[in-house]
Design a protein around this ligand. Sequence first.
Ligand SMILES: CC(C)(COP(=O)(O)OP(=O)(O)OC[C@H]1O[C@@H](n2cnc3c(N)ncnc32)[C@H](O)[C@@H]1OP(=O)(O)O)[C@@H](O)C(=O)NCCC(=O)NCCS
Length: 144
Amino acid sequence: MIKFIAVDELLAIRNEVLREGKLTPDECIFPSDSLPGVFHLGFYVGDELASIASFHPQSYGEFTGTGYQLRGMATVEAYRGKGFGNQLLNFAIVYLRGQKANYLWCNARKKAIPFYMNMGFEAISAEFDVPGIGPHYVLYVKIQ
Ligand SMILES: CC(C)(COP(=O)(O)OP(=O)(O)OC[C@H]1O[C@@H](n2cnc3c(N)ncnc32)[C@H](O)[C@@H]1OP(=O)(O)O)[C@@H](O)C(=O)NCCC(=O)NCCS
């Protein structure tokens, strides 16, 4: 089941999956996590949180209209490859369409590119390095 969740609920998974458990929960908060318009989604298996993603109103480059940045997309290892991440993002895209958003973009890890490409994202940057994390691309998907 997909739910809108508070940022506090997802920090443990952000840390475990995206920061190798090296940070404190507070250090996993993005400064923009609590800005107006930001929302966080969780995919639950029973009462266990399996997959998370955050959506920040944020334009990118020359694109016109309302843009959102996808941040902190992560599925707990035991639940990967079951389509939960895909369902979470599809839910967000339908919701954002209802909110009149025009596009979604993200800084994606190279390893995760096939996951995003499956959902219609395309690369709009050259490869760049995020120190300590590795190679990334900016990906974009049009919403409407
Ligand atoms: C990238 C990530 C978020 C994907 O989450 P996920 O819940 O495993 O995603 P899905 O299960 O929807 O899709 C993953 C793969 O499983 C496959 N899959 C989807 N449904 C499936 C099913 N029912 N049965 C088997 N495989 C399935 C998909 O084809 C997809 O393959 P791909 O890697 O070629 O795209 C997850 O791997 C993760 O957290 N990785 C580590 C952190 C990370 O890199 N985050 C992204 C930062 S940019």
